[in-house]
Design a protein around this ligand. Structure first.
Ligand code: HEC
Ligand code: HEC
Length: 819
């Protein structure tokens, strides 16, 4: 074989063909072995840098007796006494394990050293007195693990600028750099910015008039309050949250079955945010709403958060493997969403950068390991009453139908006797043999089997009974059902083990629930998921409030104070304004975790109200606008690109909540799903025009328009969206049927409006951009109208020309950006 390959000119690495060397453990050292003199120096030199109080690689300490004998992640590694040779420790230092050797790098131990370790273990592996630190508590100097401070608000020179403490922090930094802040944006821009940031919808004509006409002091604040009270606020911020919750309407994986009740969780989020549920309760409900002493269907519904995990229903998969994958997803999502930590990096090995060991990963894992998925009855508001009435009606009808069936059945024996009496030979011949034979016997003399054969036959041919039974069955199938909701519940307790290399087939030592040692301890003797949730929102937790306020900031400025919201660990970016971040974090706790109050604080700051105009003089000094010497211009999220077009063209259906819908999408998309199984039955009527967040999200064939505009694929938790700029986006806005319909609708509105051409152009501009056109813009659009009039072949041509104008407005860059 080898020869053949060589002849064919192929080089085969010798190792593939050679047998692994038959390794042998060096014999135990014959002389006496003393821990302090012989063993400790080996361990200290070759092992302690990775296996002691500071670092416990593989979960193993080799510097104190108790921990060393307890072993590492895979269990005991030292077998004291006559079976010493079986010790994993010896196997590894002698290089006898094909996958691992210790130390992993640097010179291997000499045969004599291994022999000494062997003799030492044979003699009981005695340590001298434990003079090494017992504590394994981790300390870290990393900023985000330090307690949140409540810094003083800096003094600034230009106190005119300052509207609230946020501005003090921002301005202090600008003054250090000798940079003045940008001027305030004009009122139209502020209005559109606020409407989009707080509700995700462009201002309506009424909102424009109301705000622009309100010249009293406090007009801006009043607008903010109106917007925060709008039901669309919950949609806007709910959608941000759904990114982290990896919300979708289907299972994922190849089969990607639908989840008809997923929207119940989405509705819960919208309502919770609209009612300004304090963030601590919001978190606890989602992680442990089923375990609260006062649990209700509502709090259970919130646990739908962790039902958004992918589910694999393929035949032949190992259910345990996918269960474990789900738990891993829940652990990693929890770490990322609430703590800004990449805990997932410690699934297969100790975290390479942050102080989270692999064992701690599985301790965290064990909080979720006994969870099961459970669909519960969760009636929507008013449904219970309707259900009870429907259920009664159904039962009454059911009883009627049953009575009819019974009546018919009881009438059958008599009918059978008559039928038998009237049978003629010709008919008899046509019957199945057993029935015919039985009928030839006198009824009284038939045995049970014969009686049954005749009766069954007679019953079977009774059309009336068939009809009655069928209606009974059909009716039973139509029993009214309460709406359901996907939730998480506690299943039977499961033991959790470290999974060696993250492999569920290689269980290591057993672990119990605990939080990472670098963070404040969990004060609970018997901790479960509820205690974990409470620990996350404990004001002593240094991460939660920082991560939360950074999230709020990010969506009001386009970037967070920490630009890596997914990673507050050592590999993430440092905060641009650490004091401001801490001040906001302590403020949110002081304000009882009220998000509405925090929004109000942020958007009423002078910092937020700055113009977003680019400042060429700062291009080199602060290219990413870290100092916030202006607002940022933000390309709208995919859902909002749709919402803005629908809203300004008058098509938008503003219903809040409810099941997902299927607006038109290009043909052939659902053919891409498993066996084309997820058919896209286009919604009719007003359901075609719901906000983007209600679009049915099929994981294996997501709505193309949303994908083109960087909506997340929902397979994993996302706390920061990409913002790309591609030609597909322009093509979508120009040609996608939804946007074509929007142009037509807006065109129709402009064509039907009263007033001069310039006035109608101004109306279109106000509807789409919330502002009036400049004379130059009016002029250009007017000329475009004239040109279009000649080109369109619609009747009357004016309608077509106005559609052309509308199309330009809806395709403006300004339309899909927030200044
Ligand atoms: C450079 C760091 C480093 C040094 C030095 C080191 N180890 Fe390790 N050791 C590790 C890591 C990392 C693991 C875990 C590997 C894994 O999970 O696959 C490990 C795992 C082990 C394990 C297995 C633990 C278990 O439960 O699976 C033993 C036993 C071990 N080391 C012994 C030693 C001994 C003895 C020495 C000194 C002769 C030593 N190691 C030196 C990094 C080190
Ligand atoms: C599914 C298992 C798995 C996950 C999850 C995982 N790793 Fe690893 N990683 C490995 C394996 C296996 C190795 C190679 C063996 C080793 O070094 O332990 C490795 C090696 C590494 C190394 C190089 C090893 C060294 O010491 O130079 C780094 C760095 C690393 N991983 C970082 C990460 C980070 C960061 C994450 C999270 C984003 C992560 N890993 C998540 C399995 C994983």
């Amino acid at each position: 074989m080898r020869l053949l390959l060589v002849m064919m000119g192929m080089v085969v690495p010798a190792v593939i063909l050679a047998e692994p060397p038959a390794g042998q453990l060096p014999p135990a050292f014959a002389g006496t072995v003393d821990f302090t003199k012989d063993i400790r120096p080996i361990l200290e030199r070759s092992c302690w840098k990775c296996h002691s109080a500071e670092k416990k690689k593989g979960g193993l300490r080799l510097d104190v007796a108790k921990a060393a004998l307890a072993g590492g992640n895979s269990g005991p590694v030292i077998v004291p006494g006559p079976k010493a040779a079986e010790s994993k420790l010896l196997q590894l230092v002698a290089g006898l394990d094909a996958e691992q050797k210790m130390p992993p790098d640097g010179p291997a131990l000499s045969a004599e050293e291994v022999g000494k370790l062997r003799a030492w273990i044979e003699h009981g592996a005695k340590f001298d007195k434990d003079d090494r630190p017992e504590s394994t508590a981790k300390r870290s100097n990393h900023w985000s693990f330090q307690p949140v401070r409540n810094p003083a608000i800096p003094q600034v020179r230009d106190s005119q600028f300052v509207r609230n403490p946020i501005d003090g922090f921002i301005l202090a930094r600008l003054e250090q750099q000798n940079v003045t802040p940008a001027p305030e944006a004009d009122r139209h821009t502020l209005l559109r910015r606020l409407c989009l940031d707080l509700t995700g919808l462009p201002p309506t004509l009424e909102q424009v008039d109301e705000f622009v006409g309100d010249l009293e002091p406090g007009a801006y604040e009043r607008l903010v309050d109106r917007l925060l009270a709008s039901p669309h606020y919950g949609e806007r911020w709910g959608r941000h949250w759904l990114d982290a919750a990896r919300y979708a309407d289907s299972d994922g994986y190849e089969k990607d079955g639908g989840r008809p009740w997923a929207w119940r969780y989405r509705d819960w989020v919208i309502q919770a945010i609209n009612s300004d549920m304090p963030y601590d309760r919001f978190v606890i409900a989602q992680l442990a709403g089923d375990l609260l002493p006062e649990a209700t269907p509502e709090t259970k519904l919130a646990t739908g958060f962790h039902r958004n995990t992918l589910t694999n229903h393929e035949g032949g998969v190992d259910p345990e493997q996918y269960r474990v994958e789900q738990v891993i997803d829940r652990v990693n999502t929890t770490g990322k969403t609430f703590l800004g930590l990449t805990v997932g990096c410690a699934q297969c090995h100790d975290h390479k950068y942050d102080p989270i060991s692999q064992r701690e990963y599985y301790q965290f894992f064990s909080f979720f390991n006994s969870d099961v998925e459970k669909d519960i009855e969760a009636p929507v508001s008013g449904e219970r009453e309707r259900f009870e009435i429907a259920r009664k009606a159904h039962e009454t009808k059911q009883a009627e139908l049953k009575a009819a069936v019974d009546q018919r059945k009881s009438a059958l024996p008599d009918m059978q006797a008559k039928w038998e009496a009237g049978l003629v030979v010709a008919e008899l011949r046509k019957l199945p043999a057993p029935v015919r034979d039985a009928l030839l016997i006198e009824p009284a003399q038939r045995n049970d089997a014969q009686k049954k054969a005749v009766a069954d036959h007679f019953v079977g041919q009774d059309g009336e009974l068939k009809k009655l039974t069928k209606s009974l069955k059909d009716h039973a199938a139509k029993a009214p059902q309460l709406s359901r909701a996907p939730t998480i519940a506690m299943g039977p307790a499961r033991k959790t083990h470290v999974m060696i290399r993250g492999d569920f087939l290689r269980p290591g030592v057993a672990v119990s629930p605990a939080t990472p040692g670098v963070l404040p301890p969990l004060r609970d003797d018997n901790p479960g998921r509820l205690s974990l949730a409470r620990w996350i929102v404990d004001p002593a937790n240094p991460l939660t409030a920082r991560v939360l306020t950074n999230w709020l900031w990010q969506h009001h400025f386009g970037r967070g104070l920490v630009t890596t919201p997914e990673d507050f660990g050592t590999q993430g970016d440092k905060p641009s304004h650490p004091e401001l971040l801490d001040w906001l974090a302590s403020e949110v706790i002081r304000r009882g975790w009220s998000l509405k109050q925090m929004h109000r604080l942020i958007v009423t700051s002078a910092t937020y109200r700055q113009s977003s105009a680019h400042r060429p003089e700062l291009q080199d000094r602060d290219p990413l606008n870290n100092w916030l010497a202006r607002q940022n211009r933000i390309r709208l999220e995919g859902e909002l690109v749709r919402d803005v077009a629908l809203a300004s063209s008058g098509l938008l259906n503003r219903t809040v909540g409810g099941p997902s819908v299927r607006p038109p999408q290009p043909e052939g998309i659902s053919d891409l799903t498993y066996g084309g199984g997820a058919r896209w039955v286009e919604s009719k009527g007003p359901d075609r025009y719901r906000r983007g967040m209600y679009t049915w999200f099929q994981r294996t064939s997501p709505y193309p328009m949303l994908m083109n505009f960087d909506s997340p694929d929902s397979n994993v938790c996302v706390v920061r969206r990409e913002r790309s700029n591609t030609p597909l986006q322009a093509l979508t806005l120009m040609n996608d049927i939804v946007f074509v319909e929007c142009s037509q609708s807006l065109g129709k509105r402009l064509a039907g409006a009263s007033g001069s051409r310039a006035e109608r152009i101004a109306l279109g501009m106000k509807l789409v951009l919330g502002r009036s056109p400049t004379p130059a813009e009016t002029d250009r659009l007017s000329r475009w109208y004239d040109d279009s009039l000649k080109l369109v072949n619609e009747r009357p041509p004016e309608a077509g020309a106005w559609t052309a104008v509308a199309r330009v407005l809806l395709n403006l860059d300004e339309c899909i950006n927030r200044e």
